[in-house]
Design a protein around this ligand. Structure first.
Ligand SMILES: Cc1ncc(COP(=O)(O)O)c(C=O)c1O
Length: 364
């Protein structure tokens, strides 16, 4: 089969060496004669996997000791609800910074659970010279005004990334579903980081939560047991049966990331990939991108064809070149190339070569 480069926004491509290893181990994990999917999560081999994967996350992200690393269920949206149930209680308030579809959805879920009166939202994107740009507000106020401020550093749908840190007198909670481990972050600046796994970590279903210990003292309103951070901490993420196969693959992805030189090394590769694609978009009037330079996402590059009537032809031709899943999210249209950690530079080069040839063929 000829090479296929998969630009899906999630579930996204996984590193080929990880998939190849999973294939060789599928029927016999660690000489047990059965797969990792078929053994108890409480047996010694899986407990060892869990410990090693946590240690690897801690090492990769340089996580201070006063943070817990949890492997939970329910993807990104599961955490939209969990943070509300764990931290807002009956009368706590939270501030949601809105920069695109996912931060808006997180705020909507909070309103759904506790009502609008406990949730403030603040739009932080505006048009500057026709481009979407984030302006971070000066966040000041009494320390007890909000239990937390929530934001999404990478808006997967809108192709907007926030590289600056949020400075606030309240714990900062970040939905890093589509940017986690793509560049170094200073974990000590956050109260909680969460991510659905299906972009940079592994298959869908699993979510990673990194939570500072003192946040666990905030009053909760009895979240369901499987979404209660305190219970997850107490039971080492195994109060109930965890998504073991997803966890196993995530553990392999962490090993792969370490073999690639860690997150600083992967960041420079990610910068190179994104620069190559944005350069192509900027050089050809045939394509355009609607995000201001400081907020262009490295993980999800959105672009439009100047003549939208050619969208279908573009996608069909791209597929025949082995370049798949380039269609933009249905809410924004156009195209989107997701360049998560697993996407090699060759994949981006193949896309750029195709885009140049397609533009040449269809330009008058
Ligand atoms: C930034 C972000 N947050 C949350 C989600 C929702 O994740 P899930 O579908 O796992 O609930 C997504 C999904 O693509 C996302 O990109």
């Amino acid at each position: 089969m000829s090479t296929v480069y998969n630009f899906c926004a999630g579930p996204a491509m996984l590193p080929p060496p990880v998939m190849a290893k999973a294939q060789t181990e599928l029927l016999d994990w660690q000489g047990q004669g059965v797969s990792v999917m078929e053994v108890s999560h409480r047996g010694a081999p899986f407990i060892e996997l869990a410990k090693t994967s946590e240690a690897d996350v801690r090492e990769l992200m340089n996580i201070p000791d006063n943070y817990h690393v949890l492997f939970m269920h329910g993807g990104g949206r599961g955490q939209f609800a969990a943070i509300v149930n764990n931290f807002l209680g009956n009368n706590g308030r939270a501030l949601y910074l809105v920069s695109g579809q996912w931060s808006r959805s997180a705020a909507a879920e909070a309103c759904r659970l506790v009502g609008d009166a406990q949730v403030d939202t603040m739009d932080i994107v505006s048009k500057v010279n026709g481009l979407n740009q984030v302006t971070l507000p000066a966040l000041t106020g009494a320390a007890d005004k909000y239990r937390y401020v929530h934001y999404c550093p990478n808006e997967t749908v809108d192709g907007i990334e926030i590289f600056d840190e949020i400075d606030a007198p309240w714990p900062v909670i970040a939905d890093m579903s589509s940017t986690i481990m793509s560049r170094p972050v200073d974990v000590s600046k956050f109260g909680l980081i969460y991510a659905g796994a299906q972009k940079n970590i592994g298959p869908s279903g699993l979510s990673i939560v990194i939570v500072r210990d003192d946040l666990l003292q905030l009053p909760s309103v009895n979240p369901s047991s499987i979404m209660d951070y305190r219970i997850a901490v107490k039971h080492d993420s195994m109060f109930n049966t965890p998504p073991t196969f997803a966890w196993y693959l995530a553990a392999e992805v962490f090993k792969w990331l370490k073999s690639m030189g860690g997150i600083a090394a992967i960041e420079s590769r990610n910068k190179q990939k994104a620069a190559l694609l944005y350069q192509c978009i900027d050089q050809l009037p045939f394509y355009k991108n609607g995000v201001a330079l400081p907020n262009r996402s490295r993980m999800n590059v959105t672009f439009q064809l100047a003549d939208e009537a050619l969208n279908k032809a573009f996608l069909t031709a791209a597929e025949t070149h082995g370049l798949v899943a380039l269609k933009g999210h249905r809410s924004v249209g156009g195209m989107r190339a997701s360049l998560y950690n697993a996407m090699p530079l060759e994949g981006v080069q193949a896309l750029v070569d195709f885009m140049q040839a397609f533009a040449a063929k269809h330009s008058a």
